[in-house]
Design a protein around this ligand. Structure first.
Ligand code: HEC
Length: 189
């Protein structure tokens, strides 16, 4: 019976969400949001590490190693070309929704990731201490754009511009050389 009631209220929630939704995409993301909230753990876990500038700095260095590829160096997705192309888009960690999580929930998200999104879980890659330091960093994010784009994207942006320059009309691309390659050809034919 309890199971039935739980199931019924789940459907009631779905119907409520559906009524408020305006477009199918909207409905989809609302269901994803509700599912996320229902499955999220860690609410009452306390951050065992003191909120000090040293901890924020340590968190920043882990973040800028593991998370910058999607979240940018600053946690605001600065310079990440696909951030708004992912579905759901990569969250700007300064947003109210994210900052409203407790420290324990943020740690839980980092540890377990978010199902059905591009946000991976880091269990086994980062240890608990490292995750708690990152939580402090998320509470003290640098200003948007203040750290520039991750190096990996800066390079590709320049290369892209070079390629576009090369493709300008009127500019004949260099002919491939007829000379045999200078590097020795090792594999047998
Ligand atoms: C492969 C890309 C990717 C990487 C790497 C990544 N994230 Fe995310 N992250 C995402 C996406 C996409 C979302 C949005 C998920 C959503 O809206 O539910 C997200 C959301 C989040 C959120 C907010 C969750 C919410 O409910 O809004 C936090 C906090 C977060 N990431 C922290 C991190 C940390 C810390 C790291 C590094 C240890 C990291 N992420 C690495 C893609 C990534």
């Amino acid at each position: 019976m309890m199971k039935f009631i739980a199931l019924l209220s789940f459907f009631a929630i779905l119907v409520l969400i559906a009524c408020k939704a305006t477009a199918p995409g909207d409905l989809e993301s609302r269901i994803a949001d509700e599912t996320k909230k229902m499955t999220l753990g860690g609410k009452n876990l306390k951050n065992p590490i003191a909120d000090t500038p040293e901890s924020v700095k340590e968190g920043a260095s882990h973040f800028q190693h593991h998370c910058q590829i999607c979240h940018g160096l600053d946690g605001h997705n600065t310079g990440v070309p696909f951030a708004d192309k992912m579905s759901p888009a990569v969250a700007d960690l300064a947003e109210k929704d994210v900052q409203e999580y407790t420290d324990g929930q943020l740690k839980w998200i980092i540890e377990n990731g978010i199902r059905f999104t591009g946000m991976p879980g880091w269990k086994g890659i980062l240890d608990d201490q490292e995750m708690w330091h990152i939580v402090h960093f998320i509470r003290h994010l640098p200003a948007k754009g203040s750290l520039g784009a991750p190096a990996i994207y800066k390079g590709s942006e320049e290369q892209h511009q070079e390629m576009e320059k090369g493709a300008q009309p009127g500019k004949v691309p260099a002919q491939p050389s007829k000379q045999p390659p200078t590097r020795p050809h090792e594999h047998p034919h």
